[in-house]
Write a protein that binds this ligand. Sequence first.
Ligand code: BES
Ligand code: ZN
Length: 703
Amino acid sequence: MLERRVTDVLNHMTVSDLDHMHQISSFLLPSKALVPRPPPGSPSHLVKPTHNRFFSSKLSKMNGDTVIADVTDPTTYANYTQIASEHIDFDWSIDFESKIVHGSATHLFHVKEDGVKEVILDIMALDIQRVEVEGIVVKYEIGPKHEVMGSALHIPLSNPPKSGSKFKATIYYKTTEGCTALQWLEKEQTQGKKFPYLFSQCQPIYARSLTPVQDSPSVKITYSAKVKSVLPALLSAVRVSPPSNVVHGGKVIGKDVVAYAYEQPVPIPSYLIAIAAGNVVYRAFPPIEGKEWTSGIWAEPELIDAAYWEFSEDTARFLAKEETIVPPYRFKVYDLLVLPPSFPYGGMENACLTFLTPTLLAGDRTLVDVVVHELTHSWFGNGVTHAHATHFWLNEGWTTYMERLLLEKLHSPAERGFSFLIGSKSLADALKLYEDQPKYQRLVIEFARGEDPDDAYSTIPYEKGSNFILHLERTLGGLDVFLPYIYDYVKTFQGKSISTKQWKDHLYAFYANNPEKVKALDSVDWDAWFFGEGTSLPVKMEYDTTLAQEAYALAERWAESRSDSDLSQFKESDMNSFNSNQKVVFLERLQSLPTLPASHVTHLGKIYHLSDTPNAEIRLRFYELALADPESQTAKQFTEEALKWAVGDDGTGIIKGRMKFCRPVFRAASKVDKELAKKTFVKNKTSFHPIAQKLIEKDLGLA
Ligand code: BES
Ligand code: ZN
């Protein structure tokens, strides 16, 4: 029990023990960080702990209470507890021909301890050319490369600065082909097919392959950027110039170099640094009266109408609704960017500029919940940030809980229940997938140094996390009691990075004056929620199933018809009243029942248009149903079609780069026909984002 152990050890130490330990181990970190990479295939690919895991644990004042900060971030080399980056000034040029970003990053460092001899930054696949400290060229050192962590960039400080002082260091560098954060697209891979495209994905630990940085969410920085590009460039910040509505500053797209200037005045973690450049245009959403923030959408010109239609109704409305629950939106701008199809996520909450998969353009506004999710991160994640991968659930669990609360407030309580219900299926699948790695079934995961947080990525932190918070809401007596707490949680911690323990301490502190509520909190099985393994939640949760009933009933009818050869009782009109989520639930329900004959699956796919729908959420569930039993005739019949859909070899030419869609298809297909799955992937590998490539390779046993 991580939390228990850490607190137990710390509770038996004196302040000076801790300080002493802190000094010794932080001192040891730099030289010991140069640990050679273990040979590939060795039982542990992990970096051996280079320092006492408690090295940065120290007593600190928080809201008047004394709390113990947990262990430091296991995924970074940075000595951020000694020296913290506060601001970065980027000066970049994008070279689409050679597919590199080159330029410099100037950090403003804040010294936290006397006598620190070096700054350590994270880098991965970067070509470092020169490092200057306060304008003077220094001799830097680069540690060995670790597959997951990248390398430590050691910048010596010849005159160790005093605690409290500040200084600047500039790193001149180029990105390289191996930069996992960046995908460079050929013009054929875009909607317009006229210009290339570049975009980044820094979460969880890829910012280090875009820029030298203290790549930990425990460090928050402001940033400014100047980016020279022949195509419009967007960053996760507020645009300074040229104006968003003057395309490419009035210059010729694809030919003239334009300098884009951006400013991010709100401190953000490194994983929210983001860049995209391509032939994109902007359209503002109608402003909301009384709001100082603006909202709008970016997309390639060919998609801007569809993109605007899909999201213009809801985005600003939901943002405004969220402001009735939590403190006001702080980032001034909330824009959306619709990316090309290889974007590996549904959405990514980059500050000021949420990145979205184009698969959300369903033409019926049904997938807007992804936008609701991403805008909610503005508070839960971008405001109150998880300290590191162990506490990732604080970001996603809270965001998922809030996303569903907004659905209740703006639609109906039934919508909230329905969303939890859909989530429970994906939770069950994820828990099953990790049966052999029960550690990843936990909400709070203790990562070893060098362990890849992407290996643990699943819907577990989302679903277990949001159910946990829903359980707390119910245990404490419902929304009336819970809403003031939510506000106070954000108010207390926005701008900070926190651990699970800090979150829990604050929750107790909020209700401290109310013995009945404290008693309610004491009744919660905290250990089971935090560290429980296995395939079910610690508490059986009940949800509103109103919207699911019809879908369940239809699924039952199909299940009962298993041995019928005459299927004329089923009509296209059976689904007339279904929205797309109900279709999803219908297909998921069928998955949990014994496999239907191939002829039935083919028939239901056809009559309800589930096997040719452009809605990827539905199409995925259809293939999951068809491939559920790898030995079945149904699976054999649909494997090739499912793979073709995933790689865009289905006449559309559109790859399903979103990992939520392509990974399950490759995984399911490989259980039916491993060779075909591998062959299909290898042939199309470079169309996928580097992160997706890496994870699909692991899934298929190719890495
Ligand atoms: N922040 C995540 C995406 C992410 C998480 C990227 C961890 C890299 C590492 C984003 O907010 C997210 O959760 N996206 C979901 C949206 C869904 C839950 C509505 C997705 O992409 O599926
Ligand atoms: Zn999220």
